[in-house]
Design a protein around this ligand. Structure first.
Ligand code: MRU
Length: 330
């Protein structure tokens, strides 16, 4: 049984509460756009493509509430998290349909289907990268939880595993919120894909030893020059992979590519609260008075990227600027 991060029916938008995994599989139901916005902000739902789809449904829900206009709902949802480009694409898909008098719910369904189809295509396109025994390292969670179904970085791994390839996945734990150990490992365990969780600081150790054949990650926003914003720590993995001659792939649907962002320098990086670093659940990890910085993302320069795994093929960074046309589906 494959993972699905969210679904919509006449009762509202249902989200797996990703903060509770792997301890409990709790599903929360949202009937108001304010609730959907809060769920994105507090990371009940997370991962760039998933928050784009959740926001699309948030717009659809707002269209059924009194007092909400397309502009007001879009503004609220857009204020939740600044980095993932998909959020704004999902909002815009439904805002424009609603404004044009089309059915917002239908347009949110269409947007979800488009994302799921693109992620499935990423799986087919990317699987040949792992056609023989491969030890792959990934950072954060770019699986079905992050994309509704399939995943981006995890999609080629899933497809190659289904084809019988002997794959092994190194899973960075991904401090501070542990999306790797809590979510990626959970997804891989569900499908019996061999893996091991490592602390973030161990990735370089395994790369230098020759225990990693390839790195594949997702992305939150990709600039026109191929610079990549993704979970903080991605940059370090890319540099160490480069130093060790290990290919570094970035998998993403078209909604993650931002044709209006010339380079990574302009990508807004979300800075989250200090408590995520100072504590782990109820356990204090640092003195309450210690200063903390908590950037949720970093930006990897395009020179470290071997290839982008897109729904239409694997492309080098120099071809990212062509995505504007490839990605246009309306
Ligand atoms: O803060 P998060 O958990 O939303 O960050 C998610 C990531 O950085 C993912 O790698 C990215 O969104 C790609 S998901 C396909």
């Amino acid at each position: 049984m494959r993972v699905r991060a969210l679904w919509y029916d006449r009762l509202g938008l249902h989200l797996i509460d990703q903060r509770r995994l792997p301890n409990a599989r709790v599903v929360r139901t949202y009937r108001k756009v304010e609730g959907v916005a809060e769920a994105i902000r507090t990371m009940v739902v997370r991962g760039a493509p998933s928050i784009g789809v959740a926001a699309a449904y948030g717009m659809a829900i707002a269209s059924q509430q009194r007092g909400w206009t397309p502009t007001r709902a879009a503004k609220l949802l857009a204020s939740t998290r600044p980095t993932a480009h998909d959020l704004f694409v999902g909002i815009e898909a439904v805002r424009s349909a609603w404004t044009a008098g089309e059915d917002p719910v239908e347009s949110a369904h269409w947007y979800r289907e488009r994302i799921v189809a693109e992620c499935q295509a990423i799986g087919e396109v990317g699987a040949p990268l792992f056609s023989k025994r491969t030890n792959v390292l990934t950072h954060c969670n770019a699986g079905a939880l992050a994309t509704v179904e399939w995943g981006t970085a995890l999609a080629p791994i899933r497809v190659a595993h289904d084809h019988g390839v002997d794959l092994f996945v190194w899973v960075d734990e991904t401090r501070p919120l542990l999306q790797g150990s809590r979510l990626t490992a959970w997804e891989l365990a569900q499908e019996h894909i061999p893996h091991a969780v490592i602390v973030d600081n161990a990735a370089g150790y395994f790369m230098l030893r020759g225990d990693v054949d390839a790195v594949i990650v997702g992305a939150d926003r990709i600039a026109r020059n191929g610079d990549v914003a993704n979970k903080v720590g991605t940059y370090e993995k890319a540099v160490v992979a480069h130093e060790n001659g290990i290919p570094f792939y970035v998998a993403a649907p078209f909604s993650t590519f931002d044709p209006r962002m010339p380079t990574g320098a302009g990508i807004p990086v979300e800075e989250r609260g200090a408590e995520e670093v100072r504590s782990l659940g109820s356990r204090r990890l640092a003195p309450g008075r210690s200063g903390v910085r908590n950037p949720a993302f970093d930006v990897t320069p395009s020179r470290y990227v071997t290839g982008f795994v897109t729904p239409l093929g694997v492309i080098p960074p120099s071809r990212v600027r062509t995505i504007r046309q490839m990605g246009r589906t309306t």
